[in-house]
Write a protein that binds this ligand. Sequence first.
Ligand SMILES: Nc1ncnc2c1ncn2[C@@H]1O[C@H](COP(=O)(O)OP(=O)(O)O[C@H]2O[C@H](CO)[C@@H](O)[C@H](O)[C@H]2O)[C@@H](O)[C@H]1O
Length: 491
Amino acid sequence: MYIVQVASECAPVIKAGGLGDVVFGLSRELEMRGHAVEIILPKYDSMRYDHIWGLHEAYANLTVNWYDGAIPCTVYCGWVYGRQCFFIEPHSPDNFFNRGCYYGCLDDHLRFAFFSKAALEFLLKTNKHPDVIHCHDWQTGLLPVMLYEIYKYHGMDTQRVCYTIHNFKHQGIAGTNILWATGLNRETYYFDYERLRDNFNPFAINLMKGGIVYSNYFNTVSPHHAWEAHHTDISYGLGETIRKHQHKFGGILNGIDYDVWSPESDRYLPYHYSPTNLKGKLMNKKALRERLWLGHDNKPLVAFIGRLDEQKGVHLVHHAIYYALHKGAQFVLLGSATEPGINSWFAHEKSFLNDNPDCHLELGFNEELSHLIYAAADIIVVPSNYEPCGLTQMIGLRYGAVPVVRGVGGLVSTVFDRDYEQYKPEEERNGYVFYQTDNQALESAMDRAIDLWYKKPKDFRQLVKQGMTYDYSWNHPGTAYVGVYDYIRHR
Ligand SMILES: Nc1ncnc2c1ncn2[C@@H]1O[C@H](COP(=O)(O)OP(=O)(O)O[C@H]2O[C@H](CO)[C@@H](O)[C@H](O)[C@H]2O)[C@@H](O)[C@H]1O
């Protein structure tokens, strides 16, 4: 099969969060299975050019109609650890992707609507005929709309679209100017509840809704979150639309790329280790402590890695820091906040805890450091309010950091409580789960994890090993996505 991924991120060259990991990891898995995969991305000025090999101009004069005029683009091609990527660079005073950031601009919906259109235009002009176009999140929600309403009539009539939703919270709520910009035009036609009109804001269109309505199949990133999206209000107003299109909706659990995330071979780790030899893990812990000026007492190291926002349960993350210290553990946080309030809250905590030898808060995005933290940590906390899948608990498991998670979304499908899991035998349990959103719930799970580390180190090590032997690679999800692609291709 020939598959084209169209996304706003691909790790490690463009990574703001888990979306980047998924686009890269899934593409690698598909290629290993013999499928041809190409990835189309925006050419941001701020992406990590040091992770691209052989970047060269692939298509010089791509003209993309935009409002009444057109924007010329150059398309570059390069390899990101073996994956063939095309980077679209528009040339216009809008400067869509030269903003020193990936997201967070007032005209984000225009930037990514343009990108979606340019991706289709590129496929058309270069005579590429993928069997499946796989789009991700609101940024590319308009792609299937334009494919079926415009590009189908220019010869792109065999392409099928799989649309994956990684986060229902961000839907791309936009004005109808998007319709005029992209050439979809017919405002009354699209501004309909059956098509793009937002279910709650009667004056706006919803790009994610467009992706749902027009794709051949759409999914979120774990079966449990698919259930939540269907039956609870976690889909942020899209429940009605999901129910209407439930015949083509599913949940596929993400994997993690074991070529990138393996303590046996991780290129960022000073010491390698495996479930049968954990000595290297201890040495990484020492290395991290030295790097972050932490004390070397015999204490468990608790970590949090992730975006600092409401989704991740920031109030519980904050409580986890102080509770870990209170319980005689160390705490390392690596996180970045886009919301100014949360950013200054954690910046304040950082300066408050600056001289504490048992705590380090690193605010910002640092891929290299994240690997060392996973490898050094004994426990990783993921107290999310909601979590479509969650990669940090899966990476934590792989690196021997016992996850303490809130029982929502994909966390439920991947972490099984050592003491209370009913459906798994003891030797298949791998962490701790709590359900409520209050401090006491988190404390009860952290208590159990930290107490086991102190009081029954052998049992703790056993739990670590059980987690490390779980298979959360792309193997199973790869099969599931190929199944979906095959299904939509032959329907
Ligand atoms: N400050 C930092 N520095 C370095 N690395 C950092 C970092 N903050 C986060 N990361 C890394 O980014 C990834 C985050 O994974 P998550 O599952 O938390 O994704 P996120 O919530 O962004 O995305 C959404 O998409 C993913 C993928 O589908 C879903 O798993 C998830 O539930 C959904 O919310 C991990 O690889 C983590 O190590």
